[in-house]
Structure formats: structure tokens, C-alpha cells
Design a protein around this ligand. Structure first.
Ligand SMILES: [Zn+2]
Length: 460
């Protein structure tokens, strides 16, 4: 009975309210979502055919209307018809934030006839990087995101709690929250009083869906365990930051269901999401082409870490073709997922290239290396590794109680890190009271100022 009521409510919300919102805002979100719901079950070849057609339309628009891309074609004596499939993309150069920033906006944008706005994505260097979007790009982004929420088991209109960084809600967001039954809480406020208030709201409003940054869900989960709060939820969805293994297990144990992680980028599009089968992520194959490349621009073999380079298939006001977003990850190769969806697989995202410490011999120490080893130390509450230069790194730790980290613990930490791979790098351990979060609200476990140059070496 309840599920029939939910389904009818969901239908009305989607077909009346969201469609009306689409008409007013010109986003086309519901239409796109309906298309994706069908297309996710297409066979792989059908997905590829549609994707190649979208790619050709993107290339045509970018060449015709965006001087930045036209000159890349001209310099290489390429014609529009030369790029028909993802493999042909390799004839074009990789586009970096710096290249786009230098010619923004006159040379890098096009007129779509819709009102545009700018979003910023802070680069690894701390310099802001601006991208122009319009309502249609937002509609595409939201449709793919809604699809991922459906994969997790949520229906439009079911009450959910979302942690985020914009608690001051604009009128349109307030309306959206009200319509979609979103209870929004700040991802910044992680003191016990705020966490308790969030747990109370989950209970009193009968909310079974909890989504947001892994870091904030992790602290909420810890508090739930501490208080003996025990009420299984239906979906747990994360985004925006690395979902470390210890985050995942703590959240899943506290709330009694699996976490489905999603992977999007600040430039306004979704890249992948977990369907729930094993640890698989499906790429949003009809939104984006993803390449995994070494620093020379060559494709890395399946199963190996590569720089993630994306081509967004929807041109929008600022086409992004072979754009290096600064993350590293591992392709799922040509594997099919047993869920039956035809979208390609992504094996894992290992975070930003600035989240990796590179040793002088070229060994890469990923964030999970540190989280996996340091979580064994009960004396340490949290930590951050900072690499200023290639030959050394500083591990800053917050002791679990005053003077818990003495010289013996420091020596034991250093020898553990050395034992598992940090062999040719000087390690200093410092204690501190507090590790600040980044301006984006994310917790950075590793901050490397040298990694972006050397994160992924060409294959020998
Ligand atoms: Zn799947």
C-alpha cells in the first residue's frame, strides 16, 4: 500500500512538477532521464553507435563555433570527418585547464541561445578555473545524477537527507527541496550537537535515504554507533570526495546498507556511478567519453592507473574535448556488468593526481596507502601528508588523546610506512591539534605539490 502511494506520488511529481520546472527553466531534465532509463539497457554496440553519433555532432559544433578547437584542428590539418569514434580522438591534443583559461571566454565558448552562467572548479594549483554552462547542460547533469540515485534504490519524492556546502538555500533550491522532500544539512557542521540533530531528523521525519560527502556521512555514522542509534536506511549515496575504505565500512555498518558512490566533476557533469554489483562503477557512456592515459598521452593498459581525460558529449556553451580533469583512475576494460546495463565500466577512481606522493624512484603512494596503514594506529585520530618536494614528506597527525603520539609511536609509524613502500623518501612525523579542511569543505589526506607533474609515468 505504502509503495503504491509512493509510486503514484513519484509519478505525479515527475510528470507534473518536474516537467513544469523543466519547461520554465528549459532544462529538459525529465525527458533526458526517461531516455537514459531506456538507454541504460541497450546492448553495448547500440550504446556505442549512439555515442559516436553524439561525438560527431560535438566535433562539428566545436569546430564550427569555437575558435579554440578550430585552431587545434587547423594546426593538425584535421577535418571534422576525421573524428568519428573515441579512438580518433587521439589525433587531437589533450586540453588542460591552463590552455582553456588562457583563452576564456571569447575563444572557448559558443552561443546556445540560452542564458549562461559560470561555475568555478578550483584547480590543483589553487587557481580558480571557470566553465560556462546553460540550463540544458544542468538538465543533462541532473538527469544522470537522478539515474544514479535510482540505481541506488531511490524513487523521486521519497524523503532524503543531503549533506552539502550550501545550507543557505536560494528560493529555487528551497522549492526543489520542498517538492522532492530533501532535508538539507550542512556538511561543515560536524560537532556532536549538529550530528545529533541530523540523527533526530532522520528518525522523526522517517527519512530512509542519506546522501552527501563521504567525510560528513562518516562522522554521522561514527556518532550513530557511539549513541547506539540503530535504524537501517534504504540508500546511502556519496559524491564529491574519495570514499576511503574505512569510511565505507563505518557508514555501512552504522546504517545497515551498502554505499553507492558516484563520480562527477566540478565542471558540471557526471562521469560514473556504482550500480551495486561488486565494486563496479558504470561510466555514463552517453554523457562522456573517458580515456585513461599516461603523462605522454598514451593509453595505459586496462587495470593500470591512468590520468582521466574526458570528452563531454553534450557540447553546451563551452565544449570540453579531451579535457584533463586532474583525477587518476583505472578503466574496467571491455568487461560487462552482470546487472545487464550496457554502459562501460570504471574499475576505480583513485582521487586527484595531487593526492599522490611520488617517491624519487617513481613509486606512487596513493591516499589508500596512507589511510590503510595509519588507521591501524589507535594513537592517531586523523592525519594529513604534505609533500613539498620530491625527496621528502611530512605526516601531520592529530593524537587521539594528549601526548598519545610520543617518539616511539612516531618511529613505529615511520618504519610501518617504510616497510610497505615509502622506502626512498625522508619521512617526518609532526603532531598538531587540528587539520584544516580545504575551502571546498573536503578533507585532503594527501597534499602533494609535486605529484601533478609525475603522477603517471609512461609505460616502459
Ligand atoms: Zn552494473
Amino acid at each position: 500500500m505504502i509503495s503504491t502511494w509512493n509510486s503514484s506520488r513519484s509519478w505525479v511529481l515527475r510528470n507534473a512538477f518536474l516537467r513544469a520546472g523543466d519547461l520554465i527553466c528549459r532544462q529538459g531534465m525529465v525527458r533526458r532521464l526517461s531516455f537514459l532509463e531506456r538507454a541504460q539497457w541497450w546492448r553495448r554496440e547500440e550504446v556505442e553507435r549512439w555515442r559516436n553519433r553524439s561525438l560527431q555532432m560535438l566535433i562539428d559544433a566545436a569546430h564550427r563555433e569555437v575558435p579554440f578547437y578550430r585552431s587545434l584542428f587547423d594546426e593538425r590539418h584535421l577535418k571534422v570527418g576525421d573524428i568519428k569514434s573515441p579512438l580518433d580522438l587521439r589525433r587531437l591534443p589533450i586540453v588542460t585547464k591552463n590552455m582553456l583559461r588562457a583563452q576564456y571566454p571569447q575563444q572557448t565558448t559558443r552561443d546556445t541561445g540560452l542564458k549562461t552562467y559560470e561555475v568555478s572548479s578550483s584547480g590543483s594549483t589553487g587557481n580558480n578555473f571557470w566553465v560556462t554552462e546553460d540550463a540544458e547542460t544542468a538538465g543533462q547533469y541532473r538527469a544522470s545524477f537522478m539515474l544514479a540515485l535510482e540505481w541506488a534504490g531511490w524513487q523521486v519524492g521519497e524523503p532524503h537527507m543531503q549533506t552539502g556546502i550550501t545550507p543557505a538555500r536560494s528560493w529555487d533550491r528551497q522549492l526543489k527541496d520542498w517538492l522532492l522532500c530533501c532535508h538539507y544539512v550542512s556538511a561543515y557542521e560536524l560537532d556532536d550537537t549538529s550530528l545529533d540533530a541530523a540523527l533526530d531528523a532522520l528518525e522523526s521525519k522517517n527519512i530512509r535515504h542519506l546522501w552527501g560527502y563521504p567525510g560528513s556521512l562518516y562522522f554521522l555514522a561514527r556518532r550513530a554507533v557511539q549513541k547506539g542509534w540503530n535504524r537501517p536506511l534504504k540508500t546511502l549515496v556519496t559524491w564529491g570526495d574519495n570514499l576511503y575504505q574505512h569510511y565505507r565500512s563505518t557508514i555501512e555498518n552504522a546504517f545497515g546498507t551498502r554505499v553507492r558512490d558516484t563520480y562527477g566533476c566540478g565542471e558540471g557533469f557526471q562521469i560514473a556511478a556504482q550500480c551495486g554489483v561488486n565494486s563496479n562503477y558504470h561510466l555514463h557512456s552517453l554523457d562522456v567519453i573517458v580515456e585513461f592515459l599516461d603523462d605522454e598521452g598514451n593509453a595505459v593498459p586496462d587495470g593500470q592507473l591512468g590520468n582521466i581525460v574526458v570528452t563531454r558529449l553534450h557540447p553546451g556553451p563551452m565544449p570540453l574535448i579531451r579535457y584533463r580533469i586532474g583525477d587518476v583512475g583505472i578503466s574496467g576494460g571491455g568487461e560487462q556488468c552482470s546487472c545487464g546495463r550496457g554502459f562501460e565500466l570504471l574499475a576505480s577512481v583513485q582521487g586527484r593526481d595531487t593526492d599522490i606522493v611520488v617517491t624519487p624512484s617513481g613509486n606512487r603512494l596513493i591516499v589508500h596507502f596512507f589511510t590503510g596503514l595509519i588507521e591501524r594506529f589507535r594513537e592517531i585520530n586523523c592525519f594529513q601528508v604534505v609533500q613539498e618536494e620530491i625527496g621528502s614528506m611530512v605526516v601531520r597527525v592529530v593524537p587521539s588523546k594528549p601526548s598519545a603520539v610520543d617518539n616511539t609511536v612516531k618511529r613505529r609509524l615511520i618504519s610501518t610506512l617504510q616497510k610497505y613502500g615509502a622506502t626512498d623518501i625522508d619521512i617526518t612525523v609532526e603532531t598538531t591539534d587540528h587539520i584544516p579542511t580545504a575551502p571546498s569543505g573536503k578533507r585532503r589526506f594527501v597534499v602533494s605539490k609535486v605529484a601533478s607533474q609525475t603522477a603517471v609515468r609512461p609505460q616502459a
